[in-house]
Design a binder for this molecule. Structure first.
Ligand code: HEM
Length: 477
């Protein structure tokens, strides 16, 4: 029996590890564990794992992870053909896998193009300035209630908590709940539940929730959020917004019942609100821990007129400080499913074929964003990295002597890049402006450093800190 079992196990091993590299394939690294391959190391700290693979194999390689083969491309000069090849490299299939895994969302008649059209209508073009004004109004009102002007003494808080809670509420009011719902206890409940959900997000995405307790928490927090976002809860007196009405209409056309609509809204709550708060934390955190940067930003702000700080207001110093923040802390994977064998011509002349059924993954954090060939001392925060000596915006960055089209990619790229980029930038600038001009804000410990990154979040948009940065604030006299 033992021998038979061993033979079966060996056969199984050969079946599941059968794939070998053919001449058109990128270097193949299956890892030692059958089926699982590199999944654990990949999930624990993607930046560390992929940097190790890059040192071993170069700018392109295929790794096995949990039964899937993922080709990772890390040469920004070669990103363009991949980002624009929508026929063979599909964005939506993997997005649907995550929709189901994280949000338990299945749309009977999913129509991504229609969904996109609604986002475009409300987040870009002529409606953008109305959206920016709504953001500005909610931010102003929330600052008044959450950080009141009559507060006399210093108040302490974690900067991450302060930034995330305030901007989440601003975004939730702007896109989901509308005017009627600025009831602060409702806002606090939605935020608290969302934070719990956000804490489990990467485990949900990877299917690595461990204990029964964790699984139960994930399910109950999702259910509470679905209830809070259910059509009846939002329209029944709590309010709505133009974007939400448009999006709901598409959901109905997609055949989503009330339950699925609530699940879809949780997905949108995460897509639209999961990144801005963390980005504001890193921006203010880097400014507070770099006095020269803070002074330069404040000097620029003194000359500004009143908000909203949309793209018509020139703020090159703040823009550069923000771009530098995002360079260090925006870490999305750009993932595509390979629908058919697809030739890939690398900028350096190498040619490969991407295999049908594999997944392709770009990880711009490693290159361009943290690439020492492009940025000197890439780990260091330099607020003026995106400024020329004459104070104009710097857009020319080079790798291998060739100018880069993609030198910073916090928003992804191409047709599936971030639809909310403009409103996100205005929100971040506005928030920084209001906090720095209306409040005295300082580190509780003047020698405190920016916290380390929670490395398990690489791949899912903005990273978050391990712990928080303690600050104190009071309204300016
Ligand atoms: C700092 C803040 C933000 C960052 C760093 C960010 C980043 C990104 C990235 C990298 C993607 C592409 C994802 C992919 O390729 O899989 C994306 C997609 C998207 N973002 Fe953002 N985002 C931010 C804020 C926002 C905001 C405020 C909104 C809405 C108001 C928004 C709406 C969207 C939408 C709708 C998509 C999906 C586009 C599609 O399906 O093709 N984002 N975002």
């Amino acid at each position: 029996w033992a021998v038979l079992l061993l033979v079966h196990l060996l056969l199984l091993y050969f079946v599941v590890t059968r794939r070998s590299r053919s001449k058109n394939d990128p270097p193949l690294d299956k890892g030692l564990i059958p089926w699982l391959g590199h999944a654990l190391e990949f999930g624990q700290d993607a930046a560390k794992f992929l940097s190790r693979m890059k040192r071993k194999h170069g700018d392109i390689f295929t790794v096995r992870a949990a039964g899937r083969y993922v080709t990772v491309l890390l040469d920004p000069h070669s990103y363009d053909p991949v980002i624009h090849n929508q026929d063979s490299l599909d964005f939506h299939r993997y997005a649907q896998v995550l929709m189901e895994r994280i949000f338990l969302l299945q749309l009977p008649n999913y129509q991504p193009d229609k969904e996109k059209a609604v986002m475009k209508q409300h987040f870009l073009g002529k409606n953008l300035s109305a959206l920016n004004s709504t953001v500005s109004k909610h931010m102003h009102n929330l600052l008044k209630t959450e950080m009141p002007q009559n507060q006399k003494d210093w108040k302490e808080d974690g900067l991450f908590n302060l930034s995330y809670s305030l901007l989440f509420k601003v975004g939730y009011l702007t896109l989901f709940a509308g005017e009627q719902s600025s009831d602060s206890s409702h806002l606090a409940v939605v935020y608290e539940e969302f934070k719990k959900f956000d804490g489990l997000l990467t485990k949900l995405a990877r299917g690595t929730l461990k204990s029964a307790d964790e699984k139960k928490t994930a399910q109950s927090v999702r259910q509470r959020l679905w209830r809070l976002l259910a059509p009846a809860a939002l329209t029944g007196g709590l309010g709505s917004t133009p974007w939400l009405d448009g999006y709901r209409q598409v959901l109905k056309e997609e055949g989503a019942d009330d339950e699925m609509q609530a699940r879809a809204l949780l997905l949108q709550l995460w897509a639209t609100q999961g990144n801005v708060g963390p980005a504001a934390f890193w921006l203010l955190g880097y400014l507070l821990t770099n006095p020269e940067a803070l002074a330069a930003v404040k000097t620029e702000m003194e000359a500004l007129r009143l908000p909203p700080l949309d793209s018509s207001v020139s703020t090159p110093v703040l823009d550069s400080a923000l771009d530098e923040t995002l360079r260090l802390t925006a870490a999305p994977f750009i993932t595509r499913e390979v629908l058919q064998d697809t030739p890939l011509h690398m900028a350096d002349g190498q040619q490969f074929v991407l295999r049908k059924g594999d997944r392709l993954c770009l990880f711009p954090l490693i290159s361009p964003q943290m690439d020492p060939e492009i940025y000197q001392e890439p780990q260091k925060y330099k607020f003026n990295r995106f400024l020329n000596e004459d104070g104009s915006v710097k857009k020319d960055f080079y790798k291998g002597g060739k100018r880069l089209k993609y030198y910073n990619m916090p928003w992804g790229a191409g047709l599936n890049g971030c639809m909310g980029k403009e409103v996100a930038i205005t929100t971040l600038k506005q928030f920084t402006y209001m906090i720095l001009t209306q409040y005295d804000l300082e580190l509780c410990n003047p020698r405190a450093q920016i916290p380390a990154v929670d490395v398990s979040r690489y791949g899912y948009g903005m990273v978050q800190p391990e712990g928080d940065l303690l600050v104190r604030y009071k309204p300016k006299k």
